[in-house]
Unconditional design. Structure first.
Length: 168
């Protein structure tokens, strides 16, 4: 099973503030939805809690939440206590490509453990105040493939570029 990571990251590494997204980029959200649809998405509890109730669990995907809370409940999702357990669950359920979708702690854990094969990173061109940041990673360890870019328009206040990174 391939393990992928998908994130939108500002130039200063910012990915979130006050348990919410920093920016509104509808086209990037569509890219996220299209890329993860039909797959298992694995996320931390805080990330899951940040998703508005009407969108939880994310439809068309098996949602797996990783939390240290033994009594955490997420109707319609699977709750586990370790990232490796989440990946094992996905593999045992026939997943071909599981997606780590955040937040910062889960991204760091997955990268530190060397679990990620592919990263889909939306580079948001700007620097933002944040309280959650994407972990440091060495671009020399990855081959980059350009996917798309988007400029500023009436629905997108910030330009961005999307790249797919494959582990060397």
């Amino acid at each position: 099973m391939k393990v992928s990571l998908i994130a939108a990251v500002a130039e200063n590494g910012a990915i979130g503030k006050d348990n919410d997204l920093i920016w509104k980029l509808p086209s990037d959200l569509k890219f996220f939805q299209n890329t993860t649809m039909g797959h298992t998405v694995i996320m931390g509890r805080k990330n899951y809690d940040s998703i508005p109730d009407k969108w939880r669990p994310l439809n068309g995907r098996d949602n797996v939440i990783v939390t240290r809370q033994s009594n955490y409940e997420a109707p319609g999702a699977y709750v586990v206590n370790e990232l490796k357990t989440a990946l094992k669950w996905a593999q045992e359920n026939g997943e071909e490509e599981a997606f780590i979708i955040g937040g910062g702690q889960i991204y760091k854990l997955a990268l530190d453990m060397g679990l990620i094969d592919t990263m889909y990173i939306t580079h948001v061109h700007g620097e933002f105040e944040a309280d959650v940041f994407f972990p440091e990673w060495n671009k020399e360890d990855w081959n980059a493939e350009f996917i798309a870019e988007h400029g500023v328009d009436e629905k997108h206040a910030y330009p961005y570029s999307i790249f797919k990174y494959l582990r060397k």
